[in-house]
Ligand binder design. Sequence first.
Ligand SMILES: NC(=O)C1=CN([C@@H]2O[C@H](COP(=O)(O)OP(=O)(O)OC[C@H]3O[C@@H](n4cnc5c(N)ncnc54)[C@H](OP(=O)(O)O)[C@@H]3O)[C@@H](O)[C@H]2O)C=CC1
Ligand SMILES: O=C(O)C1=N[C@H](C(=O)O)C[C@H](O)C1
Length: 267
Amino acid sequence: MSKKIRVLVNGARGRMGKEVVKAILNDPTLELVGAVDPAGTEEDAAVVAGLPACGVLLTGDLSDTIEASNPEVMVDFTIPQSVMGNIRIALQHKVSPVVGTTGLSEQDLQEIREWTASYETSCLIAPNFAIGALLMMRFAREASRFFPHVEIMEYHHDQKLDAPSGTAIKTAEAIQEERQKINQGHPDEEEIIAGSRGGEFEGMRIHSIRLPGLVAHQEVLFGGLGQTLTIRHDSITRESFMPGVIEAVQRIRSAKGLVYGLDKLIF
Ligand SMILES: NC(=O)C1=CN([C@@H]2O[C@H](COP(=O)(O)OP(=O)(O)OC[C@H]3O[C@@H](n4cnc5c(N)ncnc54)[C@H](OP(=O)(O)O)[C@@H]3O)[C@@H](O)[C@H]2O)C=CC1
Ligand SMILES: O=C(O)C1=N[C@H](C(=O)O)C[C@H](O)C1
């Protein structure tokens, strides 16, 4: 059997981080070598994730942990405020980041692109790792050729920090690349309550719903003459993201520079 890929999980106590720790420990091609979260509690990462102990303890400092554990890949599910710093630290150590954390701007992506070039290390930024969500984005892009009038509704749990979701932004970008430019809605429409029409992206409206009980869901709604088309994806549990995360970890070291979107790595 070929050598296992050495992986560090950043944000290992979080909702996604715990799921990733489990997925890595259950995959025979991967080895968990580090688990970072700010409290650095020194608890066993597997126990925190609900499995029997694996011997990897939670630590608090990313640089120190990279130096001590020598990972090849860092999986990052942290928070929008810390992700840029984390990516830079990983790249400086020639560790490839596989990043699920959302909230990155176009300018951030450009900066990461430059870092990957100067440190000669690849990096994946993937706003969504669920294969069904990638297909939803692809189908939405295709549909927008025939239905240019579109609104995006994204639904998430109420602990989410960023709005709109990374997936909604990526979907809007994909549609914008494909459809003819149009102005949607009535030219004289007026918002009686500010924000009622949602966020605006290149003439498209994005609506962000936050409620307990939700995980991650999105509808792309198209309207045409006498008809509507709805393309919907639901992540019912966070396990939905794990096959994509594992594929990404296995493939990122063979990629070059910044890869934006898991579709670019696997389709
Ligand atoms: N791409 C995808 O497919 C998906 C992306 N996401 C994205 O992943 C991110 C995480 O989501 P989720 O797991 O729900 O969030 P959580 O809040 O549950 O987890 C984030 C974790 O990161 C920790 N953290 C905060 N700052 C740092 C830091 N500097 N270094 C290391 N760890 C840190 C937090 O610790 P503490 O609580 O102590 O601050 C927390 O344990 C979000 O941006 C979300 O949008 C989520 C699902 C799928
Ligand atoms: O915060 C989440 O939960 C999710 N975030 C990602 C996003 O912003 O698109 C992916 C998924 O929707 C879950």
